[in-house]
Write a protein that binds this ligand. Structure first.
Ligand SMILES: O=C(O)CCC(=O)C1=CC=C[C@@H](O)[C@@H]1C(=O)O
Ligand SMILES: [Mg+2]
Length: 321
């Protein structure tokens, strides 16, 4: 006998979370529970506004249809919307025991705000000191100075930078100018520095700074291929699709000699803890980019170890099915 429940959630976000010029006041999505023969599996379906092509309403329709089909003892294909395929495939992988419990909770910390406060946090990082800094939001020169300062001050720090295609070739050059050539190799990579892939490649050639693709993975002409200066790809499961598809992309990246970094699409603690498990399973040895829980004011269903945010239980959510 199969049974299933679906709930809607809406989690308030910290003030000032801006995604692609749009303020994100709350994170909205669904929690799904699939039950069969005394076992259960949970999943989160949460299209990210400004990134996912499907709306929450469309995701809800596809989730309900798939669950109805599954309850009728069919084994339906994954729905077309990536966020739906991901959430449902996680629920099924928990149900069948395919998704291991071991998790990588040491996500690379996102550095925001005041450089002075950052120092203390970075100095205290245990093990591999690797952190992520968003660039391209302020003056390129300021970004260059901050990155240089951090790398020069903390000798064993490595940084992942993310420009979200924010720089013109000129701005990218201005950034590089302020980063001492001796510390550039400790920039693990910069995600999508420029507006086009060609400009990003040119920047990497010129500056010697390694790059990674993120937005490019969602473009129709993208293929996983080795290129000079390209070291990694960022895989955001909610924007990718089913767990099988995520596995396939990790394998394709590996085959091309690229590091695959599992990364958040600002899911709740439920989705984030599952991605910490996916990272431990599929990309052992690589710190995932999952430090987005602190953008929220509450956790959902399952807590992230060490977080002091209150946890909202499924029983407090609005039931859809
Ligand atoms: O990759 C990480 O370390 C955290 C996730 C992250 O940076 C992002 C998640 C979702 C949307 C984006 O604003 C942003 C990114 O650009 O990668
Ligand atoms: Mg990115």
């Amino acid at each position: 006998m199969r049974s299933a429940q679906i709930w809607r959630y809406s989690l308030p976000m910290e003030a000032g979370v801006v995604l692609r010029n749009q303020r994100l006041k709350s994170r909205d999505g669904m929690v799904v529970r699939l039950c069969e023969e005394g076992r259960e599996g949970w999943g989160e379906v949460a299209p990210l506004p400004g990134f996912s092509l499907e709306s929450l309403a469309e995701a809800e329709r596809q989730t309900l249809d798939w669950v109805d089909d599954w309850l009728a003892e069919n084994n339906p294909d994954w729905p077309s919307a990536p966020s739906v395929a991901f959430g449902l495939s996680c629920a099924q992988a928990e149900l069948t025991g395919e998704l291991p419990l071991a998790a990588e909770y040491r996500a690379a910390p996102l550095c925001t705000g005041d450089p002075d406060e950052l120092f203390a946090m970075l100095q205290a990082l245990p093990g591999d000191k690797i952190a992520k800094v968003k660039v391209g939001l302020y003056e390129a020169v300021r970004d260059g100075m901050v990155v240089n300062l951090l790398l020069e001050a903390i000798g064993d720090l490595r940084l992942r930078l993310d420009a979200n295609r924010g720089w013109t070739p000129l701005k990218a050059r201005q950034f590089a100018k302020y980063v001492n050539p001796e510390v550039r190799s400790r920039i693990a990579f910069i995600e999508e520095p420029c507006q086009t892939r060609e400009q990003s490649r040119e920047f990497a050639r010129e500056s010697g700074i390694a790059i990674a693709w993120d937005e490019s993975l969602r473009e129709a002409d993208f293929t996983f291929e080795a290129e000079p200066h390209l070291v990694a790809v960022v895989i955001k499961p909610t924007l990718t699709g089913s767990l099988e598809r995520v596995r396939q992309q990790v394998a394709q990246a590996r085959a091309a000699g690229l590091e695959a970094v599992i990364s958040s699409s600002i899911e709740s603690s439920l989705g984030l803890t599952q991605m910490a498990r996916i990272a431990a399973w599929l990309t052992p040895g690589t710190l995932p980019g999952l430090d987005t829980l602190s953008l929220m004011e509450a956790q959902l269903v399952r807590p992230w170890p060490g977080s002091s945010l209150p946890v909202i239980a499924h029983s407090a959510l609005e039931r859809v099915r």
